[in-house]
Write a protein of this length. Structure first.
Length: 135
């Protein structure tokens, strides 16, 4: 059989009933190529969006009034612009700079991890990236 535990640090852990110490459950990102406009939902948290095959730019609209802790990844594969938008009144921060409600990248190899630090109306998103991203 299998047992489940949630540690005091919030990490979900799985163990067989023969184990006395549970192990952390590791997850991976699912990957989706986006060549148009993607309206992301909370249920898609921990997805990676690339622009593989894109010829004219793509858009990722993050969930409006998100739940704190949602996270998404973006990777520039084609040398085309990816624009990431938040809902009205929300803010994206990158390296200590407020980007307002959008951030763009177009350099092949650039990547970004973006996560909701606060949720609800006026949410704050933080981004960690490599390559060039423009506010």
């Amino acid at each position: 059989g299998v047992g489940f535990d949630v540690a005091t640090d919030g990490i979900f852990k799985v163990r067989t009933l023969a184990q006395t110490a549970p192990a952390a459950l590791l997850t991976t990102y699912s990957v989706e190529a986006n060549t148009g406009t993607k309206n992301v939902t909370a249920l898609e948290s921990r997805e990676l969006y690339s622009n593989s095959g894109d010829a004219d730019g793509s858009i990722i609209n993050l969930p409006n009034d998100p739940i704190a802790g949602l996270q998404f990844a973006v990777a520039v594969i084609a040398a085309q612009t990816i624009t990431i938008n938040t809902g009205a009144g929300e803010t994206i921060w990158l390296a200590g700079t407020s980007c307002g409600t959008d951030i763009t990248g177009s350099d092949t190899g650039a990547s970004l991890l973006i996560f909701a630090v606060t949720g609800g109306s006026g949410a704050v998103w933080h981004a960690i990236g490599s390559g060039t991203w423009t506010c």
